[in-house]
Design a protein around this ligand. Structure first.
Ligand code: GAF
Length: 381
């Protein structure tokens, strides 16, 4: 948790609203493996990280709510009684969406004051959106004693994203951000919405994130299109979700779908198996096989699910000749953002320098390298 950021948000809040706020820290997430499986009722392996969103919030003493986005230096005033989705609302729609979804449950949301700020690089595939939604729903729940459980809160966050932002996301990001466990990743069953924490110890290896700095925008229809394909195929198969299908099932309807639809559905079926394999191999401490699964996941995301981009492919390909890197893949929804790499700790610095140089030469722009700490989920600080 970034103590300086918390201090700044608190000071900004007290300066503007002359009262003491509740402070919430809501983390972003990484995902070890299992992309696009969440909206197929499948498995994923995310973890909350030490970067996230800080929300300072208190009751309002006027007829208005006021929210200040500290990083953007933008303020927004509104009345919680008349909340509506905004065209080009950007960050505002995440917050308005959360309020609207709480209200749909028949709960009152009185007006409030808030300041928020974050240190998750935007568009990096590290779920700044889920962190923002969870930060607000958690803060409102505490402030107004709404009596919401954590499971109810993440569903509110997810629906806010569906209905106000327009991304038909799964539950992985909101879950990981809310339920994160220190030093652990969560083996998440997206059907039962339950997880098992695994203490992560990669021995002499560590995780490295490399941001392509290609900004993805999940509200672009590409994400929702993938979800539609999966739903179409599971309808044809007469199963609830692709989690319930096998390659043999898929082959039976091969003639009824396009080649692209077949490949996408097959990717989901295989990715879901990979997550389960990953969880078994993590227990066996078989690091080499974990690396292979990462490469297989990337191959499928890039060639079959079609959610990679040249920069991400380049970053992953550049690791393949390096004997100190066990595996790499793009992380998150795709179309930009980060790769996640399993690298020998002693080689971290050398590879960081090497890849930064190579990336610059190839694309004439910079990539950014981060290490992450696995952290606790959304909480009061
Ligand atoms: C985005 C979505 F928000 C998640 O629900 C998930 O589908 C992910 O892309 C891909 O695994 O982060």
């Amino acid at each position: 948790m970034d103590k300086k950021l918390i201090k700044e948000v608190k000071a900004s809040f007290e300066n503007q609203f002359k009262t003491k706020p509740l402070i919430v820290f809501s983390p972003g997430r990484i995902n070890l493996i299992g992309e696009h499986t969440d909206y197929n009722d499948g498995f994923a392996f995310p973890a909350a990280i030490d970067k996230g969103i800080v929300v300072a919030i208190s009751k309002s003493d006027s007829e208005k709510s006021s929210v200040y986005a500290f990083n953007k230096k933008e303020a927004y005033e509104f009345d919680t009684k008349t909340v509506e989705q905004l065209t080009d609302g950007a960050w505002r729609n995440y917050i308005l969406g959360v309020i609207s979804e709480v209200q749909k449950l028949g709960k009152q949301v009185p007006n409030f004051y808030a300041v928020f700020a974050g240190n998750i690089p935007g568009g990096a595939g590290m779920s700044s959106s889920a962190a923002l939604e969870n930060g607000f729903v958690f803060g409102l729940n505490e402030l107004f004693d709404l009596g919401l459980s954590k499971n109810e809160m993440i569903l509110i966050s997810q629906k806010a994203e569906h209905n106000f932002v327009g991304v038909k996301c799964g539950i992985m990001d909101q879950y990981a951000s809310m339920f994160g466990v220190k030093n652990s990743a969560l083996f998440l069953d997206c059907r039962t919405v339950e997880s098992k924490p695994y203490k992560i110890d990669f021995k002499s290896y560590k995780l490295m994130l490399i941001n392509s700095n290609v900004k993805h925008d999940l509200s672009e229809s590409a994400y929702n299109d993938r979800r539609e394909v999966c739903e179409k195929v599971s309808n044809l198969l007469q199963v609830k979700a692709l989690r319930d299908a096998s390659k043999e099932d898929l082959n039976r309807i091969k003639e009824q779908i396009s080649k692209e639809e077949y490949q996408k559905a097959l990717f989901i079926i295989n990715e879901n198996l990979r997550v389960q394999q990953f969880s078994e191999n993590i227990q066996k401490e078989d690091l080499a096989s974990l690396g292979d699964l990462l490469y297989q996941s990337h191959e499928g995301l890039s060639k079959n699910y079609n959610v990679s981009c040249p920069e991400l492919d380049f970053l992953v390909d550049s690791t393949k000749e390096n004997p100190h890197i066990l595996g790499a893949r793009m992380m998150g929804g795709g179309f930009g953002g980060c790769t996640i790499n399993l690298i020998l700790e002693s080689e971290y610095k050398t590879f960081k320098e090497e890849i930064s140089k190579k990336f610059k030469e190839k694309f004439n722009k910079d990539c950014s390298v981060y290490s992450v700490t696995l952290s606790h989920g959304t909480q009061l600080v």
